[in-house]
Design a protein around this ligand. Structure first.
Ligand code: SF4
Length: 398
């Protein structure tokens, strides 16, 4: 009998990626062969995202593409778009099943990540009890809840045993991790005790949840000197309208504190531009703040009004042309900062995980094109000397 095949496509954040990994693991345990495209699959699972209008469009495109295949796979749609608009998804001809988030969690309950990856993503937390005015994801994923510490430690052990040298801890609001008295810092320090020859990276983390204990742990070289922290705006008035829990001065102090403990940390920021009420003056404050803080790169999001947030996001709309211009300016700034940050490490040696026969990723999130792939298996951790080729970086084993 022919072995059934399946593919899992993913849109959106690391949390979604970790859940797709768990789904792949479940399918593999059931004897399903995983393939990399819907054309070759009997079943296609599409794990969608709805964080922005752009995420909606890409998710819908993935679904339509899979449904259009002649004699194509059975199509199962899950994830935040399926949770928010199940009827819209169900109406697409060719969609066979739609799972809400409860069904998704039930399908992967108790399954650890078994990624076809060079680095493992370990989900330790889900949900968010906050109400940032622009965000619909927290409503779709429910209240903040954490994976028990004992379970995280077991999964972590399993990942090390299966040859991973990097584990990325992830959650929707990672910094709110709690299991009894154990905070994220407590969890991390426990994992570091288990961490033979591997390293741990923290996924995106809210600035006000990054406490002193976590900052102190950044001095441990097994914690990757790379953080992604959502700023969103450099204007306090806008942060307040967004219902964010910190102000610009707090953010500045946090970045200073981290860089004092670990000066080489690559600090990446999320910035939203075009939020209603973002005047030229507020954008100027963001620009000024970014110029003053040593950030390594930005992820720039043009504001997109999500259904159900209209009331919370009231304010003078920013003309589309101005949003476009601001996005362009911020992305150009990000490119410059990325180049400047990279330049600091040319000629230096850094530990990197081999991703493929062509690339490796350093602890501080620099992607290297390998100059010599001999004997380098994906997932291997080694020291690489960083060189430059055009605007990219190269790495050769030392
Ligand atoms: S912290 Fe804010 S933006 Fe992040 S998931 Fe929670 S509500 Fe959404």
């Amino acid at each position: 009998m022919k072995q059934p095949t399946a593919t899992v496509l993913t849109a959106g954040c690391r949390l979604n990626q970790s859940e797709s990994d768990a789904l792949r693991h479940r399918l593999a345990l059931q004897g399903v062969m995983l393939v990399d495209s819907p054309e070759r699959a009997d079943a296609c699972y599409i794990n969608t995202c709805t964080v922005t209008a752009h995420a909606d469009r890409s998710s819908m495109q993935m679904i339509r593409r899979a449904c259009r295949l002649e004699g194509g796979p059975r199509v199962v749609v899950l994830g935040c778009l399926a949770q928010r608009s199940p009827e819209q998804v169900r109406r697409i001809a060719g969609v066979d099943e739609v799972w809400d988030n409860e069904r998704k969690q039930a399908e992967i309950a108790g399954i650890g990540p078994a990624p076809l990856r060079s680095r493992a993503i370990l989900k330790v937390q889900d949900g968010c009890s906050r109400q940032c005015s622009y965000c619909i994801v927290s409503g779709l994923r429910g209240e903040s809840r954490s994976v028990p510490t004992r379970r995280v430690r077991e999964q972590f052990e399993g990942l090390l045993a299966s040859g991973f040298h990097e584990v990325v801890l992830t959650g929707l609001n990672l910094g709110t991790y709690r299991d009894g008295d154990t905070t994220l810092a407590g969890l991390l320090s426990g994992l570091l005790e288990q961490c033979r020859g591997a390293r741990i990276r923290l996924a995106s983390i809210e600035p006000d949840t990054f406490d002193e204990a976590l900052t102190a742990l950044m001095s441990d070289t097994r914690v990757c000197p790379h953080l992604h922290i959502p700023l969103q705006s450099g204007d306090d008035a806008l942060l307040e309208k967004m219902n964010r829990q910190y102000r610009v001065a707090d953010f500045r102090r946090l970045v200073e504190r981290i860089l004092k403990v670990r000066p080489e940390t690559n600090v990446g920021l999320d910035v939203i531009t075009g939020f209603p009420g973002e005047t030229d003056e507020s954008f100027h404050l963001t620009r000024q703040f970014l110029a003053e803080v040593p950030v390594g790169y930005l992820h720039v999001f043009p504001f997109s009004l999500r259904p159900g947030t209209e009331e919370a996001c009231r304010g003078e709309p920013v003309p589309v042309s101005a949003v476009r211009e601001r996005v362009g300016e911020l992305r150009a700034f990000s490119d410059r900062r990325r180049q400047e940050y990279q330049a600091r490490f040319i000629g230096m040696v850094r530990p990197a995980i081999v991703e493929t026969s062509r690339t490796a990723l350093t602890d501080n999130y620099l992607r290297l094109s390998l100059t010599c792939a001999a004997n380098l298996e994906p997932r291997a951790l080694g020291d690489f000397r960083i060189g430059q080729e055009g605007s990219g970086l190269t790495g050769g084993p030392c």
